[in-house]
Each structure stands twice: as structure tokens, then as C-alpha cells.
Design a protein around this ligand. Structure first.
Ligand code: WT7
Length: 659
């Protein structure tokens, strides 16, 4: 039994539940339990409530258009601009001096942007992009770390109707090139570097390496100077300094471009079962409404709040819940550049105390690390400003949940365990913090208006207590509209499994396993495809495998996830050396690691690379991944007699133990 299962078991035995604290309920945004019924009865018009959180240039005609399902359209006829909604309208309402972004640099410096200041810089940068030739619907790639210029660039793109494609700064040069090639993006904003544990980290060399592999012409590249004198480098002829350009456009005013509700706001690449990343397309009206609505209903955000989501903006969590959701609501959003243990292991709690953070949203992997470091670190700080806590990215084990509840929330803050995906745009399954009781380890019921169920392989709903697969059988405004330039893959990946196309019945399949309880609470068990979840980040095992088999001397490889105390899952590589390379294990291991760093980045660094003369295969020649996962996790192996080569199993297991 895996650790996760063991924890789940423990919770089910205890059946411990927690009520929302009265002090929270009294002030919450959403308090009426009838909201679930109201949304059901009034579906899909219930989603007007989300759209009402925005300012529209032109009212929409229809809430949902399902004429060409599963290519659903939301708020058709409506027109709006996302940057107007995140900036101008708050200023028009007199809130221009409220803080929009409070940035904490890793070295201890801070930068504060009021809504007015943020709009000024967004306009200057929007004018810069236009001067560079960026037109409406051109895709702008942003390969940037956690500096304020990243949300500024996103909002500047949104202002002129140019969709952005943010590539996580931790990704490799190859990953940048793959994404720019796939989106045919001709514009790039990047950064010279950033700080990690106090040391400057070169980002511009990686950028240049990636650009060398971009197959089409790229216009001038804009480079943010984060490192100053800490990194000596010359800008190439086509590279322009961000600050200079913004200064040249200091007083520029750029009217927000009116966009159709269904116009693309951004795309974001995510890993899938094949090696090719998927370009998830999100829209202006539906996505923004949904990000704002879930920030309002689940994160309970209000303009007076100081809120901190510790994710990186390079992932969907940062898009929806550092930038678009909180800023659409006029909240103060804290943004931290660095690592949680620099200069010391109390950095997070110091930031919360200093900024008097009201709502904090982080990942289970971070909580498990905090737990390991010890409760003395949060105990050094006054965390009493907090009123709500959230988690996202992977299942949270009940022990970590309880630690978060006790030591960060002081038993006074509800916790929302929010299940969602890059594709869903926003939260889908979680408790409403003032209404639902909490069950540690269990995300909760589907949100109002979200029709999610747990089904068996045939699509029949399972009985309480049973495990199955998550499905969603009604659309929602924040959903992805398609995969960029690939409608066919969109259908294959998400709709094929459970839909009945002839009957025009469409069921979205997120590829997660789950369990249902008697209160219709859903416990997410993890991915059921060849995707692993390392520290809350989605990695495709095929992508890693193809990097490894590219190494000279490696004939075949299988990559699986094994349990990891802090990361949730860790990457394990099993590889077969080519003839003549059997004695070069150490060297090959180094090369395999390097290949993974080059093609993906440090997040995919393997925990172990195990060389074996064979991989365990079924009689039909399929690699038994489940078995390799169990070996990596140190679990019982079960029956291996149906294998074509059962003898190899013990050999591999011994080697893993020896490593
Ligand atoms: C996958 C999506 C959503 C933003 C971060 C990750 C897993 C996400 C939870 C949760 C259990 C979760 C799922 C999902 N996941 N949240 N609260 N409990 N699992 O976005 O990279 O698109 O990954 O993360 O397996 O499918 P992503």
C-alpha cells in the first residue's frame, strides 16, 4: 500500500471533519447553502453571476452556445478587455491608490505597484509591444521568472489583444524552442536572470540557446534587467532593454482593445501522454469570469484583502490566482521571487507577517517541506492576519492538512483543497469555505454549477466508497476551448473516452482517478494517464523517456513516478544500455540526467536512474509500468507470474534498494 493510500485509510477510519469557524462565516462572500440548488435549477444562466463580476463593453447575447459541442462558447456577443477589467475600472472606481502588486524579491528588496502605477507601466509596455510590431492576435511568448514585469507584460498583451504564452522560467532552452515553434510565436520577452538562494542565475544564455532552435524569424527580443551588475552580458543586435523601452514610452496611453468574449486571452502549454506538449487555449470572457468567480467564492477575496498565492506565474495557478482572478477583484496580490528557505526556513511566514496576508494559497509539496523543517519556524511569526488557507496541485495527505490547519491557521482558518487543471482554467472541486464542512485529504464536492462525477470504466457512477474516474458532464465558462491548432487532439484527449458523439452527449475526462463518499465529497487519487505529478507540476513520462533514449548508449527507457515524502511523486528512470555500454552505468546515468535537464529542466531531475538488461514486459510486449512504480515506491509487487520475463523483477528491485 502506498503512503497516500495508508493516509487515506487512516482518515477514513477516523472520519474526522471540521466545521468552518464562525469568525470566517460571518464575513464570507458566499454563505447561503442554497447556492448549490440555485445553480442547478438555473443552469447555465447561473453563470451570469460570474460574468456579473466583470465590466463588459458590450453585454453578451447568450450565456452558453452548445451548438457545436464540445466546442462550447460562452457569453457570445459579449465584448470586454481583460486588462481594463484588472486595472482601469478599479481606478475609475476611486481605488487607484490601492496596492495591486506587492513584490518581494528574494534578496529582501520590495516593489509596490498601486493600481494606477501598474496601469501606467502596462500602458507603456503595451505601447512598446505595438511599436515592435505586435498586432491583435499575435502570440507573444513570455519566458520570465517571478519579476513584476511578467504580470505587467501579460496585462500589456491583454490590453492590445495579443494572446500571451508564458513559458515557465525553470524550463530548458529546448522547452522554450518547442513551445515557440509550436505556436509560431514571433515575439519574446525574457529576462537576464534571477536569484536563487542569493545567487544570480543566468537566464539569458538559456534563452539564446533556445532561440537558436526556433525555426521561424523572431522579431526584437525584449530583455528585463533583473541582475544589474551581477551578470555581465551584452545584448545582441536584436535584443532591447525593457527599462529603456518603457522609459521611451513613459507617457503613452493605450486604449484597451475590445475583444470578443471568445477571443483568446492566452495559451498555456501543458504535458500530456505523448511527447508533444499541448497548447491549451483560454478565452477572454469565460476564463476571466471563471477566475474572478472562483477567487470570489472560494478564495473569498475582496478589494481590502492582501492575498498571497505562492505558485509561479509560469503555471496556470499563477495565471488564474496571482494575476487575473485577484486583480479582476481589485485585491492586493503578493508575489514572491524566490525560494521558501532563503535566507532562512521562515521566509514564507516572515512575508505573511510583514504584509499582513489575509488569504494564503500554496501546494501540498510546500506544506510537507515546512512540516519537515519544523513548527518552530512559523511559531516565530505573528500569522494572526490569516483568515483562509488553500492548497492546490496534488492530493494533500491528512497529516499535512492537519499541520497546515494547526500551525499556520491556528485552527481558525478554513482550508480549501482545490482540485482543477490547466485545462479547467479555475477551481472545480473544492469546499465553499463558509458553507461546507472540511474533510482532510478530500477535495470536497464539485462547486455550484459544476457537474462532476466519479464513474467506472463504462461511465456508470460508482457507489460511495468505491474508486473510479473523475468526469465532468456539463461545460463551464473557464474550460479550455481547444488545443491550439489541433481540434482533433482536443477531442481525442478529453472527450473520446466517455462521450456519446452520436447522441451529442459530451463528457470531459480529466484523466484523474478518484473516490466518492456518502456526502458526495470527492477524494482525488491521482493521474490515470502517463503523466506524473512532481511537487504539483505535471510532467509527461513520454517527454522524459524521449530525452533519455536520445543518449548514445541507451537502447530503451521507461519513466515512472515513485512515492516521495516531500515531492509527492519523484521521477524514476529505468533504462537498458546498448550492447557494449553495459559497464558504463555511471557515465550513462550522468548523460541521462543531463539530457533530461536539457530537454525539460531541473523539475524533471530523476531521483534515480536504474540500468537493467531488460524491462518487465507482458506477454504482448507492453512495459509493466505499474510494477516499476511499485518498485520505485518500495511497495508490495504482487503477482508477476504473467510477465514474459518475471525473473527480471527481483533483479531490478535489488538494484533500486542498493542505490
Ligand atoms: C493535475 C493538474 C491546478 C493547478 C495546478 C496543477 C492534480 C490538482 C489537485 C488537488 C489532488 C490535484 C490532478 C490534476 N491536482 N489539484 N487539489 N488534489 N490532485 O495543474 O499541471 O494542469 O495539473 O494536478 O492530477 O489532473 P496541472
Amino acid at each position: 500500500m502506498s503512503q497516500e493510500d495508508a493516509n487515506l485509510e487512516a482518515r477514513l477510519e477516523e472520519q474526522e471533519t471540521f466545521e468552518p469557524p464562525e469568525s470566517f462565516v460571518e464575513q464570507a462572500n458566499v454563505t447561503d447553502p442554497d447556492i448549490y440548488e440555485e445553480f442547478d435549477e438555473n443552469w447555465p444562466d447561473c453563470w451570469e453571476r460570474a460574468a456579473d463580476l466583470l465590466s463588459w463593453d458590450q453585454e453578451y447575447d447568450t450565456v452558453l452556445d452548445d451548438g457545436d459541442a464540445p466546442f462550447y462558447e460562452w457569453f457570445n456577443g459579449g465584448e470586454l478587455n481583460a486588462s481594463y477589467n484588472c486595472l482601469d475600472r478599479h481606478i475609475e472606481d476611486g481605488a487607484g491608490d490601492n496596492v495591486a502588486i506587492e513584490w518581494e524579491g528574494e534578496l529582501g528588496e520590495t516593489r509596490t505597484y498601486t493600481y494606477s502605477e501598474l496601469l501606467d507601466e502596462v500602458e507603456s509596455f503595451a505601447a512598446t509591444l505595438r511599436d515592435l510590431g505586435v498586432e491583435e492576435d499575435d502570440i507573444v511568448t513570455l519566458y520570465m521568472p517571478m519579476v513584476p514585469e511578467l504580470p505587467i507584460a501579460m496585462l500589456a498583451c491583454a490590453r492590445i489583444g495579443a494572446p500571451h504564452s508564458v513559458v515557465f522560467a525553470g524550463f530548458s532552452a529546448d522547452a522554450l524552442a518547442t513551445r515557440m515553434n509550436s505556436s509560431e510565436s514571433e515575439y519574446l520577452v525574457t529576462c537576464d536572470g534571477y536569484y536563487r538562494r542569493g545567487d544570480p542565475l543566468d537566464h539569458i544564455s538559456k534563452t539564446n540557446e533556445g532561440l537558436a532552435d526556433v525555426e521561424h524569424e523572431v522579431s526584437d527580443v525584449i530583455v528585463v534587467d533583473r541582475l544589474g551588475d551581477d551578470l555581465e552580458h551584452d545584448l545582441a543586435d536584436n535584443q532591447r532593454d525593457y527599462d529603456e523601452l518603457v522609459a521611451e514610452h513613459e507617457d503613452a496611453s493605450v486604449e484597451p482593445v475590445t475583444r470578443d468574449a471568445e477571443d483568446m486571452l492566452f495559451m498555456m502549454y501543458t504535458s500530456g501522454t505523448t511527447g508533444e506538449p499541448k497548447g491549451v487555449k483560454h478565452t477572454t470572457g469565460g476564463y476571466l469570469s471563471y477566475a474572478a468567480w472562483t477567487s470570489h467564492a472560494v478564495l473569498d477575496l475582496e478589494p481590502d484583502d492582501t492575498y498571497w498565492c505562492s505558485a509561479d506565474i509560469g503555471w496556470i495557478t499563477g495565471h488564474s490566482y496571482i494575476v487575473y482572478g485577484p486583480l479582476a477583484l481589485g485585491t492586493t496580490s503578493v508575489m514572491y521571487e524566490g525560494t521558501p528557505d532563503y535566507p532562512d526556513k521562515d521566509r514564507m511566514w516572515e512575508i505573511i507577517e510583514k504584509n499582513e496576508v489575509d488569504v494564503f494559497y500554496t501546494a501540498p509539496t510546500a506544506i510537507r517541506a515546512f512540516m519537515k523543517w519544523g513548527e518552530e519556524y512559523p511559531a516565530q511569526h505573528d500569522l494572526s492576519s490569516l483568515r483562509l488557507l488553500g492548497t492546490v496541485g496534488e492530493p494533500i495527505n491528512p497529516r499535512a492538512w492537519k499541520w497546515y490547519y494547526d500551525h499556520i491557521g491556528n485552527q481558525e482558518c478554513p482550508i480549501v483543497d482545490t482540485w482543477w487543471q490547466t485545462e479547467t482554467g479555475g477551481m472545480m472541486i473544492t469546499t465553499l469555505p463558509a458553507i461546507c464542512e472540511m474533510k482532510p485529504g478530500t477535495a470536497g464536492p464539485p462547486l455550484p454549477g459544476i457537474s462532476a462525477q466519479v464513474v467506472d470504466a463504462e461511465g456508470e457512477e460508482v457507489e460511495p466508497g468505491e474508486a473510479g474516474y473523475v468526469t465532468v458532464d456539463k461545460p463551464w465558462p473557464g474550460m479550455l476551448r481547444t488545443l491550439y491548432n489541433n481540434d482533433e487532439r482536443f477531442i481525442n484527449e478529453y472527450w473520446e473516452e466517455y462521450s456519446d458523439a452520436d447522441a451529442d452527449e459530451w463528457v470531459y475526462f480529466p484523466e484523474d482517478g478518484a473516490k466518492l463518499d456518502e456526502d458526495d465529497y470527492i477524494t482525488i487519487l491521482g493521474r490515470v494517464d502517463d503523466v506524473i505529478n512532481v511537487s504539483g507540476h505535471r510532467l509527461g513520462t513520454m517527454e522524459i523517456e524521449s530525452a533519455v533514449v536520445g543518449v548514445e548508449g541507451i537502447a530503451e527507457a521507461a519513466v515512472v513516478g515513485g512515492d516521495h515524502e516531500v515531492k509527492g511523486e519523484a521521477v524514476y528512470v529505468y533504462a537498458i544500455p546498448e550492447d557494449g555500454y553495459e559497464d558504463q552505468g555511471d557515465e550513462l546515468e550522468g548523460k541521462a540526467e543531463e539530457a533530461i535537464l536539457d530537454s525539460i529542466g531541473p523539475i524533471a531531475k530523476p531521483e534515480d536512474v536504474i540500468f537493467t538488461p531488460e524491462l518487465p514486459k507482458t506477454r504482448s510486449g507492453k512495459i509493466m509500468r505499474r510494477l516499476l512504480e511499485n518498485i520505485a515506491s518500495g511497495n508490495e509487487l504482487g503477482d508477476t507470474s504473467t510477465l514474459r520475463n518475471p525473473e527480471i523483477v527481483d533483479e531490478i528491485a535489488e538494484q533500486v534498494e542498493a542505490d
